[in-house]
Design a protein around this ligand. Structure first.
Ligand SMILES: [Zn+2]
Ligand SMILES: [Zn+2]
Ligand SMILES: [Zn+2]
Length: 95
């Protein structure tokens, strides 16, 4: 048996991964701006990161309880589970 990295069970249960968006939906609605984009794996909403002034991805986890976000930045394939505080280096390989 090859060594299998332990991964967050939330991510395993949320495959397949959603399409990444190109804007923060909440910032567009309110006229805000963002630094980096994250996509919610539970519902596919694309929102802004913790470095952005409004931190919509974190707020989305707090209000909706959706634990996993995926980096929506081009060429990035990592995910983060807010609930487990777990960084997942290559989210695409878990599918
Ligand atoms: Zn998790
Ligand atoms: Zn935002
Ligand atoms: Zn969501």
């Amino acid at each position: 048996m090859p060594f299998k990295q332990k991964v967050c069970e939330h991510l395993e249960s949320l495959q397949p991964l959603p399409e990444k968006g190109e804007v923060c939906e909440a910032c567009v609605a309110t006229g805000g701006h963002w630094v980096h984009l994250r996509t919610c794996v539970s519902c596919g909403a694309t929102l802004c990161c913790d470095s952005s002034p409004n931190q919509h991805a974190r707020g989305h986890f707090e209000s909706h309880g959706h634990p996993i976000i995926l980096s929506a930045e081009p060429g990035e394939n990592w995910a983060y589970c807010y609930q487990d505080e777990l960084f997942i280096k290559d989210a695409g390989e878990i599918a």
